[in-house]
Design a protein around this ligand. Sequence first.
Ligand SMILES: [Zn+2]
Length: 251
Amino acid sequence: MTDEKKVLTELDRQIYEWQMWVPDFGEVGQEKLKNASILVSRCGGLGSVVAYELAAAGIGKLVLAHAGNLKHSDLNRQLLMTYDHLGKPRIDSVQRRLRDLNPHIEIEPYGENISESNARDIVSNVDLIIDCAPLFDERFAMNRQAVVQGIPLVECAMYDLEAQVTTIIPQETPCLACLYPDQPPMWERQFPVFGAVSGMIGCIAVMEAIKTIAGFGQTLKSKMLNVDLRSMKFQIIDIYASSDCRVCGHF
Ligand SMILES: [Zn+2]
């Protein structure tokens, strides 16, 4: 979505040298990352790790949405938050940690969560979305805009020691509303979570985004990865679009 194509600098080559050794990624892939923008919706347990790994990998622009002030109960998993920032806006701590890691990327912060009222404008600024929001109204708002605007969406979610990831390509794969026509009953704002579970699934989501943008490897298109860290079962299943989906069913 950037106007002029950015090329790699000598400094970029030094910083990203080790990942450019990945043979089907290389300098071409790195340049694609440098010219890409990604929305990370919520920078909590999942999104903190997602944003941190994307910044480390040299994504050109991070658009971040995360409301609220830092609480003690955030600190077991929201790894971009620090103790000295308690009571202050979480989005400020997020930006500070990311800039410490990588001062060369562009960051567009929003101190609010995604909603039906802001999703269209925020989504229109990015090349890909990683959905790290816990609530279905946010996730549905992003999914709708991803489908309408034709923007890939990596969907990741977790509960307890279980997690799921899929990559939605509009007009090609099922969308979130195909999988969940309605908000699942009993879905809760607060849930049991170790930071290591959300961090693990966040890292998988980042690799889905990098592969999608750079165009290499196999992604979880039309597939759902189900992970259960209690039993250490990793399973990939095929998923299908719903012809009467209220969001993408007209394609
Ligand atoms: Zn759908």
